[in-house]
Design a protein around this ligand. Structure first.
Ligand code: ATP
Ligand code: SF4
Ligand code: MG
Length: 333
């Protein structure tokens, strides 16, 4: 079934068949005929609707950060297209990424990259406005206004990142991501490393901002409890491909892809002990034939090893890339 029928309409951000490759191996190994590059995103598609929070979940190394960075031009793409309102990849040169970076705010996964340690927080949060020539009026006054939006008082504008707590620094990165009034914020592991109570405060802040400003979020997270409570829809990534998407409550209640089932645990309860996902993650340089999950899938058949599954929609709003999707949706776990 066409994905058009089951994904949010209208669409704010649309990523189609995005490909990203990274160089690998030493010069010697390349001269000996080894691989020169690996395909981290082998043709990845994703959509986000206006005001929607989409959770992106997958094991470490599956390509989540790469997708977020590629979506705003921080990582070069080798094929595919990205639309935010219009097709930005068909625009000329620098205009493409200027448009993307204005429309999309990024909260970096790496806290060191998020705020310049040698820059006062007030300057960091207003930096995107300066870079894009969008600063009007007094820079410090703008910093104070942006910081107030995330619950930080004026004094934080004059502090350095090492002078504030982890939660306060994370709030400042939210302020920076909002500086250009984006339609979408990509939040890469926004709660990682924070105490539970601080995590809760930050998630409440993001919820409030969404309700107040109507922005969409792409929430990249390892934390299934966070994903369950703050997202409208979930996308599950394996080896750079989205293997399942669906409304959050339905996906947690009835995960259809065997990989999703393994990630969420036998009863789809991330708060309970989960059985470990067995087997090694395959090397990106040697992707398995057929279904790429077949080397770890307890339900794999000969068909899975021979042919890659097409994406299908076993229920309204659900997209699953598995030969056995309908059968699994019907079967209790
Ligand atoms: N600059 C780079 N050069 C070469 N390989 C890279 C680069 N950045 C990432 N990779 C590789 O690309 C793959 C995907 O990395 P990515 O950081 O996107 O994963 P992730 O899903 O965000 O992981 P995590 O959950 O640990 O943050 C990994 O195999 C990683 O080693
Ligand atoms: S297609 Fe086969 S190997 Fe792949 S996830 Fe489905 S059952 Fe498992
Ligand atoms: Mg990452």
């Amino acid at each position: 079934m066409s994905s058009e029928a089951t994904l949010p309409q209208p669409v704010l951000l649309e990523i189609n068949d995005l490909q990203v490759r990274y160089p690998v191996g030493s010069l010697l190994s390349r001269l000996a005929g080894g691989p020169r590059e690996v395909s981290v995103l082998p043709g990845t598609s994703l959509r986000i609707g206006p005001g929607e929070t989409l959770g992106l979940i997958g094991e470490s190394g599956s390509g989540k950060t790469t997708l977020g960075r590629a979506a705003i031009g921080l990582t070069p793409i080798s094929a595919g297209n990205i639309r935010i309102g219009q097709d930005v990849t068909s625009m000329a040169g620098a205009r493409i990424w200027d448009r993307m970076r204005r429309g999309v705010g990024l909260m970096f996964q790496d806290p060191v990259a998020a705020l310049n340690p040698r820059m006062k927080i007030g300057r960091s949060v207003t930096e995107p406005l300066v870079i894009h020539g969008a600063l009007t009026g007094d820079r410090r006054a703008k910093a104070v206004e942006l910081l107030a939006q995330v619950g930080l008082t004026e004094g934080f504008a004059d502090r350095y990142p090492h002078e504030v707590s982890g939660g306060q620094a994370r709030r400042a990165t939210v302020a920076r991501a909002l500086a250009l009034k984006p339609a979408l914020v990509i939040a890469d592991e926004p709660t990682a490393g924070l105490d539970l109570s601080v995590q809760g405060e930050l998630l409440n802040l993001l919820n409030d901002l969404q309700a107040r400003l109507g922005i969409s979020f792409l929430m990249i997270t390892h934390n299934l409890a966070v994903a369950r409570h703050v997202t409208d829809r979930i996308a599950i990534m394996y080896l750079g491909r989205i293997v399942e998407t669906g409304p959050t409550a339905e996906l947690f209640a009835r995960p259809a892809h065997p990989y999703t089932r393994a990630l969420l645990g036998a009863r789809g309860r991330p708060d309970r002990a989960q059985p470990p996902l067995e087997g090694e993650v395959p090397s990106l340089a040697r992707r398995p034939r057929g279904c790429e999950f077949n080397t770890r899938c307890p339900l794999a058949t000969d068909r899975c090893r021979a042919a890659a599954p097409e994406q299908r929609s076993p229920a309204r709003g659900r997209l699953v890339t598995c030969h056995r999707a309908e059968e699994l949706m019907a079967a209790p776990q």
